[in-house]
Design a protein around this ligand. Sequence first.
Ligand code: 13P
Ligand code: SF4
Length: 303
Amino acid sequence: MSNFNEIKEKIAELKRELSAVIVAHNYQRPEVQDIADFVGDSLELARQCVEVDAQIIVFCGVRFMAETAAILNPARTVLLSEGSAGCPLADMINIDDLRQWKQRYPRASVVAYVNSSAEVKAESDICCTSANGVKVVESVANNDILFVPDQNLGHFISTQTKKNIILYPGFCYVHHRITPEQVRLARRLHPDAQVLVHPECRPEVVALADAALSTSQMLRYAKASSHNSFIIGTEEGILHGLRQQNPEKSFYLISNGQICTDMKKTTLETLARTMELRQNIVTVPEEVRLKAKQAVDRMLAVS
Ligand code: 13P
Ligand code: SF4
């Protein structure tokens, strides 16, 4: 038996032993997505974690996603498949930064992208994901919104609403480094293709795209579309789902730098080790969890 099959069997055995459920983000490695019970975008994974009744949730993704699971479902043990997998965008704002910005804009309501720490969520009025940002912002009564930490998602939302959106200057390096020149070149190479980008891309890149979508929205869009080829502006892990669900269609990346190092830290080996040793348990202090849960629950209620 190959090592690959052995490790897959071991994970299946550990899953039974722990009565665990494995959830994975759309950016995970193909073999990790294939072994998961559920694959989705941040919003779908958050929803899934509310419903899970398995004892242990093994989260294949990055820390803020596992924290969201721990915030929503404290009765379960949440294991992060790779303990060091973080999100550099989420790390661009800490609780002190947010408190300073709140002092600068005391009348604004705070909308926090879920790509943020539990502490930042706890200090915010409501959370959003890339799938529901416009709906969430529209649901806030206040006209002034302090949006943290992703400036590009915040800008994208500001183009879809009349609210006054104050942008915090965070960004995701994977999306921010995609340039308009690269989009133009990709279009020249594949003139019949539709360009689908994530709203974490720069405004100049979003402006050149046919649609700005969350990762799962991209999967649904490509499946429903009558087009046969697509140029993709998000992390390359999404290609696995796109190609699996649309074997007859073609998908190209805008550039070759679309790799999130932290998302790729999880391998079948790290997943098996985490489950075997029941390590990388993600917990959130109760007083932080309760406040963060309010912000996440408000988001789930409007989307
Ligand atoms: P989605 O919510 O669209 O899956 O995106 C999460 C993310 O980390 C984007 O970089
Ligand atoms: Fe964070 Fe960007 Fe990686 Fe998404 S792709 S997890 S925003 S660093």
